[in-house]
Structures are given as C-alpha cells and as structure tokens.
Write a protein that binds this ligand. Sequence first.
Ligand code: SAH
Ligand code: DHB
Ligand code: MG
Length: 224
Amino acid sequence: MTTAQELWDDVDAYFTTLLSPADEVLAAALRDSEAAGLPPINVAPNQGKLLQLLALIQGARRVLEIGTLGGYSTIWLGRALPADGRLVTLEYDATHAEVARRNLARAGLDSIAEVRVGPALESLPKLAEEHPPPFDLVFIDADKVNNAHYVKWALELTRPGSLIVLDNVVRGGRVTEADSEDPSVLGTRAALELMASHPRLSGTAVQTVGSKGHDGFALARVTG
Ligand code: SAH
Ligand code: DHB
Ligand code: MG
C-alpha cells in the first residue's frame, strides 16, 4: 500500500526533477552539511525555488534570513540578488555557520551573503543599530519559540512593500492546538496572531505536503 508520505515524496520528486533540479553547488551544499552532522531540516528544493521566485518577484536587492543551517536556503535566495545585492543570514551555531560560509563561497555568493553567528535576538538589535537600508524580504526559519519576536524585528528592518516569509507554521497540524505546551507551537501561533492583528502587516498562511511532510508557510506584506 502506498502511504500518504510516499505519495507526497513521489510528487515532490516529479516537481523537483522537472522544475528545480539540483546543480552541483546545491548538491554539494547538502552533501557537506550532512557530512558535518547538520540535521537535514533545510527547505525542499521546490521550496527553495519558491523562495528564489518570491525574491525575484519582490525585485529584492536586500534579504535577511534568520536561521542559516548550512546555507541551502541562503543559496536559493542569494541567487535571486543582483551582483551588488546584500544578504545577511543569522545563525546561532558556529559549526553551522562555518559550513554555510564554505557552501556560500562555493556558490560564488561570499561577496553578497554574510553569516552572522549568535542568538538572533542578539544579532538583530546589533544589526538595527547599524541602520541598514531596509530589507526587501525576510525569511524566518530559526527557533520557532521566538517567531513573534522575529516578526517584530522584521518590521523594524523592512519598508512598506517588503515581504516576510515564515517557515514551518503547520508542523503536522499541531499549529491549531491553542492549549499546546510545545513552545514552538506557541511561538508560531503568537507570530500568526501578530500578522493578523498588526496594522502594518497583511498576511496569509498556506499548508503544504511534500518531502518535508505536512507543514506550511506564512507570508506577510509590510504595508504603509
Ligand atoms: N533556512 C535553513 C534551515 C534553518 S534550520 C534552510 O532551509 O536551509 C534552523 C537553524 O536555526 C539551525 O541552524 C539552528 O541552529 C538555527 N537557530 C536556532 N536557534 C537560533 C537562534 N536563537 N538564533 C539564530 N539561529 C538559530
Ligand atoms: C525543523 C526546523 C525547520 O526549519 C524545518 O524546516 C523542519 C524541521 C526542526 O527543528 O525540526
Ligand atoms: Mg524551516
């Protein structure tokens, strides 16, 4: 019997082979991440391509990512940027950051993408103190417990028209459990409630199935 997950894997394999096939740089990024013992929790290839398309649709020149891992999603996003574009990606774990830097260098993105090590809630105020030009897209994909804080920081660091993307908002459906004791669920619910209530955010959320199981993402546009 075919399980639901096998079916989702087959469809993702079909879409990915057709529309977002791995090149040597992306394949090597995943290979080296695995060899270094990083967990395989990167976005799927078709999701990476979606991030890239969103950045292109945005006409993004500046991207902020929270949660680098081995830089796999960073490569997809970085490839959407012009040669003078800028990508800042925040990573807690120094080993993850080192792997990501090597992967980004191999992708030829080391002059565009900068990996900053430390807890994002420390890196974000430091970044804000530099008064950088606004980011056009923010991809939030780190510790889910802090998701609402990350959305608030994204508001500080963007402009009207910027796009905020939040990963892993479904987690097999657990997002609906209002009485959950899982801090990740509570953090994600707080972020979604902020998107719903904040006067400068217009958002939606979409559930997905695929090689990453049953999950989803939220999108929010920063309004005037
Ligand atoms: N965006 C990546 C996956 C990120 S996985 C991709 O799709 O390829 C989540 C990452 O967030 C992990 O590397 C983890 O170490 C990092 N992380 C966890 N807590 C963090 C924190 N407080 N600040 C910054 N990064 C954090
Ligand atoms: C996990 C984190 C992610 O960002 C993801 O896309 C999948 C899984 C995790 O922490 O398990
Ligand atoms: Mg994720």
